[in-house]
Design a protein around this ligand. Structure first.
Ligand SMILES: NC(=O)c1ccc[n+]([C@@H]2O[C@H](COP(=O)([O-])OP(=O)(O)OC[C@H]3O[C@@H](n4cnc5c(N)ncnc54)[C@H](O)[C@@H]3O)[C@@H](O)[C@H]2O)c1
Length: 290
């Protein structure tokens, strides 16, 4: 009997045409698709926010691009649209918005416009952020407050609008806060107490919101990138001196900084139903002092 089964199996294998195995198709779990979802990304005029919106558009989502100036959002959308059209046969539906994330009124008005333009919002990513370095004992207080205003308050104001909207409409929304490995570790040699404090607060705010809203099906998670070579990091290196990149690399187990596009897969996973049981988590890029 075993002998017969073995013969039947090997005959089946021999008869199977080779062509389907060699066909190149883009296959993955359907749960990773963002088709039918609307994703809102703050700080999407450049850097990581732009990468995230690109990844969402390539995964079938519609998207709102928010940045401090409308021209940033518009040029980002133009670039993303051209890229998506050239790599897929698809033209994404993307809209540009100008909003200072630290202004409560602007955030409220922008959220209202986005809901009215798209009809529904499923995912919010708060990527707008700034970085500045001062020695703590000389930190100008107005700059300290600015850091918390943009990185922490800006994330909270958008999270609040999204949470209220999802709760009011009984929607299972998905909030992704862009925090940093600096929420958990003090990077060196740059001195950035305010930035580190702002990101630690963002991550704990994320777990707090996940706790408050989880029972309603609203998921909240933080993405904590390591060093990504965006304009923010390129500007920082120019300001601090390019030699510090070599110091950073010593603490990175992979021995290199990341290209911003390397987070595209992670953000799509976090935004999609593929991560349906991920809640209250920090997805962290590992650094040795961690
Ligand atoms: N690049 C990295 O290595 C890295 C690592 C960890 C975390 N992060 C975080 O990722 C996020 C994005 O960083 P990035 O490297 O893409 O920076 P970036 O400077 O390239 O992009 C940030 C974007 O946010 C916008 N922005 C700044 N202030 C704003 C405001 N008040 N209102 C609206 N938009 C505003 C900017 O105009 C810009 O387009 C930040 O929160 C940053 O802290 C970056």
């Amino acid at each position: 009997m075993n002998h017969l089964i073995r013969r039947a199996t090997s005959a089946t294998v021999l008869r199977r045409p080779l062509q389907p195995l060699l066909r190149h198709t883009l296959m993955t779990l359907p749960a990773f698709s963002l088709e039918g979802k609307t994703c809102v990304v703050t700080g999407a005029g450049r850097g990581l926010g732009k990468e995230f919106l690109t990844a969402f558009a390539k995964s079938g989502a519609r998207g709102a691009c928010i940045d401090i100036a409308l021209k940033n959002s518009q040029s980002s959308i133009k670039h993303i649209t051209e890229h998506v059209q050239s790599t897929t046969s698809h033209t994404p539906e993307l809209r540009a918005y100008a909003c200072d994330v630290a202004s409560e009124k602007q955030v409220q008005d922008t959220w209202e416009s986005i809901v009215s333009d798209f009809g529904q919002v499923d995912v919010l990513v708060t990527a707008a952020g700034i970085v500045e370095n001062f020695e703590a004992e000389k930190y100008p207080f107005d700059r300290w407050k600015k850091m918390l205003d943009v990185n922490l308050n800006g994330s909270f104001l958008f999270a609040k609008e999204a949470g209220k909207y999802w709760l009011d409409h009984g929607l299972k929304g998905n909030l992704i806060l862009v925090s940093s490995m600096s929420s958990m570790v003090c990077v060196r040699p740059q001195k950035q107490a305010a930035y580190n404090a702002s990101k630690a607060a963002v991550s704990l705010m994320g777990r707090s919101l996940a706790t408050e809203w989880g029972s309603k099906g609203i998921r909240v998670n933080s993405l904590c990138p390591g060093y990504m070579k965006t304009d923010l990091i390129i500007d920082l290196l120019e300001h601090e001196g390019n030699h510090i990149e070599a110091n950073w690399v010593k603490d990175i187990p992979m021995g290199r900084l990341a290209h911003p596009s390397e987070l595209q897969g992670t953000i799509v996973w976090m935004a999609s139903d593929a991560s349906s049981y991920l809640n209250g988590s920090d997805i962290v890029s590992f650094l040795c002092p961690l």
